[in-house]
Design a protein around this ligand. Sequence first.
Ligand SMILES: Cc1cc2nc3c(=O)[nH]c(=O)nc-3n(C[C@H](O)[C@H](O)[C@H](O)COP(=O)(O)OP(=O)(O)OC[C@H]3O[C@@H](n4cnc5c(N)ncnc54)[C@H](O)[C@@H]3O)c2cc1C
Length: 341
Amino acid sequence: MDINSYKGICVVAEATSANKLTGVTWELIGAAKQLSEQLNGEEISVILISGNNDVNPLLKEISEAGAQKCYLAQDDKLAAYSTEYYAKIICDIVNAKKPSIMLFGASTTGRDLAPRISSELNTGLTADCTELGINEKGLLAATRPTFGGNLMATILCKSRPQMATVRPKVLARPEAHSSNNLEIEKINVKLDGVPLRTKILELAKSLSTACVTIEAAEINVSGGRGMKTAENFKILEDLAQALGGAVGASRAAVDAGWRGHCDQVGQTGKTVTPKLYIACGISGAIQHLAGMNASETIVAINKDPDAAIFDIATYGLVGDLFEVVPALTEAIKKEQLTAAI
Ligand SMILES: Cc1cc2nc3c(=O)[nH]c(=O)nc-3n(C[C@H](O)[C@H](O)[C@H](O)COP(=O)(O)OP(=O)(O)OC[C@H]3O[C@@H](n4cnc5c(N)ncnc54)[C@H](O)[C@@H]3O)c2cc1C
């Protein structure tokens, strides 16, 4: 492999059902800009795969986020996500264009696609990264938690492209700029003969609203093992409702079956960065902190004054959550009532 023939940073874009770029795609383009600055301005490209629907709003966003080039693959067969088709198109583009770095969101699609592509291209993949940089030799330094989240490992890759998936919400979303000139290259999609081992029968959206809520909410009230039962989460729902926020949970609460997995905050759950995070009956294990420690203000309610969560909390309330939380909800409601009069 002539590694010197590989140049540039390429992001694989994802779109929502509302025909918008996903948040993580913006974050990846933002990261690509920072990497490019450290690589003497190497090109930032985006791969956009789509059915034959209107891609103009997506191209506008890709340009606003700061990409310089877009490889656009459009075909009726691509309307629904297919691992085999998407992987074939991306591998063809990589083989032809030779980007040095490939970035994917650690979303359901990215987690499915990236390992298949890295194996097909015989290159390395660092999954679930929380930080990206360039080392002194110009290599991608991809950092991710390891040993159950107790250590952070920075991984380098000798082969090309250097591939990484990055969790949503761990990197900053770049400002939108309208002046960028996006070069669009249409890809001649060749899918004949690609063996399909999966067939999509139906797309169900059942849990998606709850999942979006905890990542998008500006206020998050989360409960842990200290909640003791599923029913007790009602007091957190009342507090979240009074504040206009969403309810999250630690893994202990999810494993106990008190909340669904899509509510889980942490290393193996969602990363959230709300303006206010209220942790109730959560001890503050490193794997939980990995999903919420970038929140603007953290309030911890715990009866153990030595709980690790207090080390990162902006405000700590030592006490029984079953007394503190309802009192807090009442006080907030009273305040809102006074303000309304
Ligand atoms: C590979 C790996 C991945 C993981 N991923 C995640 C993840 O994504 N998210 C995650 O959360 N965890 C994750 N974990 C688990 C993590 O290590 C902890 O076990 C978990 O976060 C503990 O949850 P908890 O804080 O709710 O429970 P505990 O650690 O049991 O803490 C319960 C807390 O409640 C307090 N409490 C009890 N009763 C009350 C009361 N009445 N009033 C006030 N406080 C009270 C206690 O003092 C205690 O601090 C992972 C672990 C591993 C090994």
